[in-house]
Design a protein around this ligand. Structure first.
Ligand SMILES: [Zn+2]
Length: 318
């Protein structure tokens, strides 16, 4: 449909509005007077007003949308930040987990080492003829072998909480072991000579023919003249020289518990008050004093009592 306005007559100021719809349809003429003109302007004004209000509404809606979008963007930013935080937190957790795993492996290894060490210690203690004053006990709780993967984190938390105790326990055990090792250095656990055969054993002997009970306070080891004789533990020489039927003799004090004596020596290599280490040469084998042949008479006293040297001498060979 079309609409055309024609200025028909300037003098009378009347307007004709020709209305037509399509090329073939009839044309309608409407005469426009001053009144109709006013009406026409008013309609236009109303239309403009409607359009303006629509535009206003659209603008308002648009602004609303923009604001919504801004809020949404801020929300997205916030969410991104949270995601970032969570991600870094998770990364931190992962690193902590790895660190814990490393710790666990380290502790497990330490425990295994310690366990092996402890077993060795227990074996030594079982073999030892006397009760050492050092207590070798004090185990560390080792976690079960058949732990499923899902339990690892729980295990780690548990292990983490146990760590300080484990470490202090381990350190205490190491200290005990070191003390034990130091103690072992003062126990005469080696052979006084590298070569030789035992010609007389330690202990009480009863002769059924004579009826005489005799006590041999040491062990006799026979070898060639000047066979090196060694201190069997760390200690201090308390006697070096001639001692009646013992001949040339060396006596060594090892801490507060043990004392060793080496008799019938051909010569002595140490002086009274000298500090000796386990394995230091102290003299040579001989046959001085009341002796029937070249041999070493070797004694061990524990807290003043004679003990069988053989058990100590062969300690490292078992
Ligand atoms: Zn003897």
């Amino acid at each position: 449909m079309g609409c055309t306005l024609k200025n028909h007559n300037k003098k009378h100021r009347t307007w004709n509005v020709i209305l037509f719809s399509g090329a073939r349809s009839s044309v309608k003429k409407i005469k426009i007077t001053k009144k109709t003109k006013l009406l026409f302007y008013m309609i236009i004004l109303i239309n403009v007003m409607i359009l303006l209000s629509i535009a206003n509404y659209v603008m308002y809606k648009f602004e609303e949308k923009v604001m919504e979008q801004e809020v949404l963007n801020k929300e997205i930013e916030k969410r991104d930040l949270v995601v970032k935080e969570v991600k870094s937190e998770m990364e931190g957790m992962e690193q902590e987990y790895l660190r814990l795993q490393e710790d666990a492996i380290e502790v497990q290894r330490s425990i295994e080492e310690f366990k092996a060490f402890e077993e060795l210690l227990n074996d030594i203690e079982l073999d030892l003829p006397i009760d050492p004053t050092i207590d070798g006990s004090g185990g560390v709780e080792v976690l079960g072998e058949d732990v499923r993967e899902g339990d690892i984190s729980e295990r780690l938390i548990e292990l983490r909480s146990q760590l300080p105790n484990m470490i202090s326990e381990f350190e205490m055990t190491v200290e005990k072991l070191l003390a034990y090792e130091a103690e072992l250095r003062t126990i005469p656990t080696i052979m006084p000579s590298k070569t030789g055969r035992i010609t007389s054993e330690f202990g009480t002997r009863y002769d059924p023919f004579t009826g005489i009970t005799s006590f041999h306070s040491g062990i006799d080891i026979a070898s060639s003249l000047n066979t090196p004789i060694y201190a069997t533990a760390d200690g201090i020489v308390t006697f070096a020289g001639w001692d009646g039927p013992y001949g040339q003799t060396v006596i060594i004090e090892h801490g507060n518990t043990y004392e060793t004596l080496y008799a019938h020596l051909n010569h002595t290599d140490v002086q009274v008050g000298e500090s000796v280490k386990k394995g230091d040469k102290i003299g040579g084998m001989g046959t001085t004093g009341r002796s029937t042949g070249i041999h070493l008479h070797y004694e061990i006293k524990r807290n003043g009592e004679y003990v069988n040297p053989y058990i100590y001498m062969t300690f490292h060979e078992r």
